[in-house]
Design a protein around this ligand. Sequence first.
Ligand code: BES
Ligand code: MN
Ligand code: ZN
Length: 503
Amino acid sequence: MTVGTSVVSVMPEQVDLVAVPVSEGRWFPPGAPPLDAALLEAHGIKGSRGDRLWIPAPVGSPDLLAVGVGPMSELSAETFRRLGAETVQASRSARRVAVYLGQLLQSPGEGSSKSAGEMSPADRSRAVIEGALLAAYSFDSHRSRAAEGRSSVEQLVVVGDGAADLSDVAPTAERLAAAVSLARDLVNEPPSSMTPRRFAAVAQEVASQARLEVEVWDDQRIASEGLGGLRGVGSGSHEPPRLVRAHYRPASPRASVALVGKGITFDSGGLSLKTAGGMETMKTDMGGAAAVLAIMSVLADMDIPVEVVGYMALAENMPGGAAIKPGDVLRIRNGKTIEVLNTDAEGRLVLSDALSLAAEQRPDAIVDLATLTGACVMALGREIAGAMGNSDSLLSQVAASSGRTGERTWPLPLPDEYKSHIESEIADMKNIGAPGQAGALSAALLLAEFVDDLPWVHLDIAGPARSYDDKGYVRKGGTGFGVRLLVDFLAHFEKPSSGSSDT
Ligand code: BES
Ligand code: MN
Ligand code: ZN
């Protein structure tokens, strides 16, 4: 269900529920509907995170919801996203819901300049709406009846002083949330329906609505263009591979960025077959490509001042009769060769072609998103992506975005010393590293061979692309990880001073 949102300065008459943030020390925004201090006290509501109290009202006035948000000194974007999410989750059958921010939406007064990291009223209201919309997401197209616990919210208003200047906020937040939902939908769709061809068709539809140029290469074109990695991985399946290139051209771009997404619509492992358990969630293996398409879908609407080309490398990794075999050698677009020793290390094979294509255009930066290695999940768990690359400037721009959007990333090194891990007996390199050692790094070291000297960041999202629990605004299933992160990154993008760095 779509939720209509707005930011207003006067509480609308017709609301079913008003949520009020209560900060530690039981501070709440003055002007809120009366929150009885004694009642909060009696229920042990101190304002700590997780405190929550539903206060029923007489018929005709809205119920109140007190939501603990932690100490005032620690209010961050994450606080406001959680407030939005908790409001939606607690809303029971309420359809028209308000979140009262009062003075929290007032700009800092004249002379008091905004310190680093401090949030503007726009940031705060946007975070509430994003958190609420992302929490209200559900994927129901394959259910015969509505799932229990689905959000009832149809209207969400953020109410606060100073809201008059914030009319752009709700439309922007809605667009971003819709993009994240698109990425989640693409991942959640069953793999036999979300094939490379189907993904490409969706990309064409999205592109026509989002003012993007789009090009789709079929299997013949993939072969004639020399994409030996993508072709090789796709050859074990009846479903042919596709390469999608989407192009966003603003009127006078400040810079250019290429985005590359791993789009394995199902990863069985190929002849190096996965276990039954290992395959259960492998429809998620196109989470990188889904994020790239979703990011591209909002660039024009959000007036992002950077030219962006998105490459999505789409294939099904299956063990059919024509599948690549351990020992085979593939020639990648840029001429380098890879010996395939494990057909389950297929992501790097399709990405090397897409990265080569991206590098040919000499963008100012390349960022790839890939559910690339189980080793990265071992290292950082399911909520943090590994960030690797050759440019400190680019890595710190991604880290800054990560801090703002709450999509966590953590740097991992790209050590020259470990290049020996991917040396092949007969080809330029092999597609697996040293057994049991630094699997996320050897995968990234291989990718580095395909970006020339261009500033590049690789995000290994094998962990955070999928969630195994409902947790606030992150829902079980595809998460859309990377969408808000890289839209923020593109909005703030500065050309990196120089390419390489020591990592
Ligand atoms: N798609 C997987 C990585 C993955 C694993 C993503 C778990 C999400 C959760 C990737 O294609 C893969 O199979 N990688 C292998 C590489 C190995 C064979 C060198 C892995 O990580 O086991
Ligand atoms: Mn694999
Ligand atoms: Zn994979």
